[in-house]
Design a binder for this molecule. Structure first.
Ligand code: NDP
Length: 455
């Protein structure tokens, strides 16, 4: 069996990789367990040194890693460089803060002394997506390894080159053999790995379908899981907002990573008083973006990662247009040319019968909604099964508080776009998942919070 790396720019196969045989998979699982037995006893100082070295290794291979990600999944090379930098940041962040997050918490009880200690669990499986092929993995691995667990990566099948490069980074950094391993396996092998008693927990970032399958298995096996799934995040603009800043941020938020980000703003809910001005400026700026080869400096939007992502997106757009949506921009598949490009697209006058009303659009397609007031904005914003992040633009402090209280999402950014940050807990509610990555919450996701009581 093999896994292919296919260029989204040309549609050509870049490289083929052999997947693991059952024997190779078994040997990696037992190496993970064996490594855990000694790694869990390693000193915090050693772990800090290795994680700092991982950050250095990322930076010293920055250009090579960036080009590899661009070739495999089509993000612009500049955004790939920024992704590598962010990975180095998350490594250093947890290297510096893990000891503080994991410090025993004394508790007053009737005993002589009592405390909660945070001990590692064992090998943790990560099932990861291709859209941020490094960041998704490092934001899992940095806290998980600093807590003393070992990591097993099942990366998306279209980014095997990135998956192997990540294992190399941890090896180069000096982590003991077996502490972080990549498993080149298909999604059908995930269930068996997760049911293996040596694997103690799972973290998945990806689609709702993958989340349901993996969370289901984790539930049956009674293993902790963190699920970071899709989103259809609202971006709400009220009359008091700084309109030009909101428009520019909306453009960035929708087209970042070629529109393939779980926390991208996907639905733009604009107050009726400023709707026409917003729509005109937004569409003008979207139309000015430069589409093209993601390896060329200056390209704003590259191709989508796979043919099937593009086909699904185009089907959603056609469905909306056939049901009466107003097409403001894009919406036509490029005629001729290789690769999986899709034009930046904007749709308005949407209704609940359209797929885009309730589904995630994973590509550069913006959905515009005219809202009457704050209640109407909240009703539409909360009216999907997703609840990952949200962004609301208003200078009015009462409105800000209302959005923070009533937006049913894992995060609310006021007058800013949603971003992930090593320092801030990240995750969703409803079908966007459960559990948190990053911040203190992220490192506590995969520990045994052991109660200790001494007579
Ligand atoms: P998937 O959810 O299919 O892939 C994510 C990861 O899960 C991959 O490693 C994949 O492996 C694995 N996987 C998929 N199905 C299963 C399963 N049943 N059991 C175990 N593991 C599984 O994402 P796609 O690449 O197919 O993208 C489709 C949609 O997912 C997008 O349109 C978007 O809605 C959403 N998505 C969300 C992301 C996010 O950041 N929240 C990121 C990427 C996608 P393999 O590649 O081998 O199939």
């Amino acid at each position: 069996m093999s896994m292919k790396s296919v260029s989204p720019q040309t549609g050509q196969v870049l490289q083929e990789y052999a997947t693991l045989t059952p024997e190779q998979l078994e040997s990696r699982l037992s190496a993970s367990q064996a490594a855990f037995e000694s790694y869990r006893l390693s000193s915090p100082e050693d772990r800090t040194r290795w994680m700092m070295a991982a950050a250095d290794a990322l930076e010293s291979r920055r250009e090579e890693l960036a080009v590899l990600a661009t070739q495999e999944m089509g993000k612009t090379v500049e955004s790939a460089r920024q992704e590598v930098d962010k990975c180095a940041w998350v490594c250093r962040y947890y290297a510096e803060h893990a000891a503080e997050f994991l410090a025993p918490q004394p508790v007053q009880t009737a005993a002589q002394s009592a405390e909660v200690r945070y001990l590692p669990l064992g090998p943790v499986l990560a099932v990861m997506p291709w859209n941020f092929p490094y960041w998704q993995v490092f934001r899992f691995a940095a806290p998980t390894l600093m807590a003393g667990n070992t990591g097993l990566l099942k990366h998306a099948s279209n980014v095997p080159g990135c998956a192997l490069a990540i294992e190399e980074i941890f090896t180069e950094a000096g982590f003991p053999a077996g502490v972080f391993q990549t498993l080149l396996i298909g999604s059908r092998d995930v269930e068996g790995v997760l049911r293996d008693p040596r694997v103690r927990a799972v973290s998945l970032t990806g689609s709702e379908g993958a989340g349901r399958a993996v969370a289901g298995t984790a539930g049956q096996e009674i293993k902790p899981a963190v699920m970071e799934l899709g989103g259809s995040d609202p971006f709400i603009v009220m009359p008091s907002a700084d309109l030009d800043l909101a428009v520019q941020t909306a453009v960035n938020a929708r087209t970042l990573n070629n529109g393939q980000s779980c926390i991208a703003a996907k639905r733009f809910l604009v107050h009726t008083d400023i709707y026409s001005a917003f729509e005109a400026k937004f569409v003008e700026k979207l139309a000015a973006l430069r589409l093209g080869d993601p390896l060329e400096e200056g390209t704003d939007v590259g191709p989508l990662a796979t043919a099937s992502i593009r086909d699904e997106l185009h089907e959603q757009v056609q469905d909306a247009v056939s049901k009466g949506a107003r097409l403001l921009l894009g919406g036509e598949l490029p005629s001729g040319g290789a690769g999986y490009h899709y034009p930046v697209t904007a749709l308005a006058d949407l209704t609940p019968e359209m797929q885009v009303w309730s589904e995630e659009t994973f590509g550069p397609v913006a959905l515009l909604f005219r809202v009457r007031d704050i209640d109407h904005a909240l009703e539409i914003a909360n009216g999907t099964r997703f609840g990952l992040s949200s962004s609301a633009w208003t200078q009015d402090s009462a409105e800000q508080e209302r959005f923070i209280r009533d937006l049913d999402a894992g995060a609310t950014f006021i007058n800013a776009m949603s971003v992930s940050d090593p320092r801030l807990a990240f995750g969703g509610v409803k079908a966007s998942g459960f559990g948190r990555e990053l911040g203190r919450e992220g490192i506590l996701a995969f520990v045994n919070a052991k109660a200790v009581s001494i007579g």
